[in-house]
Design a protein around this ligand. Structure first.
Ligand SMILES: O=C(O)CCC(=O)C(=O)O
Ligand SMILES: [Fe+2]
Length: 365
């Protein structure tokens, strides 16, 4: 197991080590190291089929080449679930425009919201899909992809739990029964910026939830991860892998054992856009993280203490976890990222967040 406290590259974990009792523990040890000291890892030989990954990668340029009116027809502003299309420059991180275009989709889900329920129940619901005849087969392919990544995300959650000494079911209470859950995935295009535009694809930020499963869908560099000393470390695409990182909610419930690590994307150079597909694993909308205290073995907590403190960064943070239900924390995050959508569908909460209207300071995640 690596002993160095800081990192200059992202560890690569081989999922196939889990298949044999002789190597399983090695995987769990490597995962523990990645959780505590890095907050990022590559996963190879995972359970999502190569064919479905290739199919999704092949569809992406077609998706972005849809006529602009077909994209606008499913724009995010239509959706109280913040699902749909966001045009270039619609999103901000720390007040600066992110130079990316994206579609927010999600796993199958029927909203549980009914009159009188809290607003954040409306956060999850049906995605908006492009017209089938404009991009035949895409909807089915991407839904299959989402099903498979969702499946991997639950298996992985159990491995995280084991690596942190909680046994395989230690994190189960953070998820509701299958159909009550919804996980979100975006398909993102980072175009080559015009000269003089700067290089912010997406600015420095933390992810919000438990784990993110990122497919780098073109061979461009650009993703960078901040190490303990605050240096930016490249996370170049490795074919056949996911980049997995941990979010603020997991960091919170694991008392800082799992690191939420700041990251950013630089705009591509050269002559073609960069594409990526982050899948954000959600937790139950109703759970209050402060009420869910986990008991970690002292020897595991010691590993965190010997890591030392993480250099402070000015990345976008999520400070509302202290007492609110997770759905509300999420909803606030979505309104901050997409204030125009928030203002339409959640006017009351929008006013609480931006009392004098939208300030021009949004935050991406
Ligand atoms: O596009 C990427 O590689 C990463 C995107 C990301 O970090 C995010 O959307 O949260
Ligand atoms: Fe991210």
């Amino acid at each position: 197991m690596p002993t160095s406290k800081d990192f200059s590259s992202i560890p690569l974990l081989d999922y196939s080590l889990l298949a044999s009792p002789d190597t399983r523990q090695q995987f769990i040890d490597q995962l523990r190291h990645a959780l505590i000291n890095v907050g990022f890892l590559y996963l190879s030989n995972h359970t999502v089929s190569n064919d479905i990954v290739s199919s999704v990668i092949d569809y992406i340029p077609q998706l972005f080449s849809l006529p602009q009116e077909a994209k606008e027809k499913i724009r995010m502003a239509n959706s109280e679930h913040f699902l749909g299309y966001s045009k270039l420059g619609a999103e901000l991180t720390k007040g600066a425009v992110d130079y990316r275009e994206q579609f927010d989709f999600a796993t199958r889900h029927t909203s549980r919201w009914k009159e009188g329920d809290p607003d954040y129940y409306r956060l999850w619901g049906q995605p908006q899909w492009p017209d089938e005849d404009l991009i035949p087969g895409f909807h089915k392919s991407f839904e299959t992809y989402l099903d498979q990544v969702q499946d991997l995300s639950y298996k992985f959650s159990s491995l995280i739990s084991e690596a942190l000494g909680l046994g395989p079911n230690g994190l189960n209470k953070f998820y509701d029964e299958g159909p009550l859950m919804q996980h979100r995935a975006k398909i993102v295009k980072y175009p080559i910026p015009p000269a003089g535009n700067g290089d912010q694809g997406v600015g420095p930020h933390y992810d919000a939830g438990f784990s993110t499963f990122l497919l780098q869908a073109s061979d461009h560099r650009g993703l960078q991860v901040q190490n303990l000393a605050g240096e930016w470390i490249d996370a170049p695409p490795i074919p056949g892998t996911f980049v997995i990182n941990f979010g603020k909610a997991l960091e919170f419930v694991t008392e800082g054992l799992a690191r939420a690590t700041s990251h950013r994307v630089l705009s591509p150079k050269g002559d073609s856009p960069r594409y990526s597909v982050p899948f954000f694993q959600n937790i139950s909308l109703t759970i209050r993280l402060t009420e869910e205290v986990l008991e970690f073995p002292p020897e595991i907590l010691k590993l965190r203490d010997s890591r030392g403190t993480v250099a402070s960064t000015d990345s976008v943070n999520f400070s509302e976890f202290n007492k609110e239900p997770s759905g509300r924390v999420n909803l606030i995050g979505r309104i901050k990222s997409h204030p125009d959508v928030g203002e339409i569908h959640y006017p009351k909460l929008f006013k609480e967040i931006f009392p004098s209207g939208f300030s021009g300071k949004g935050s991406a995640y």
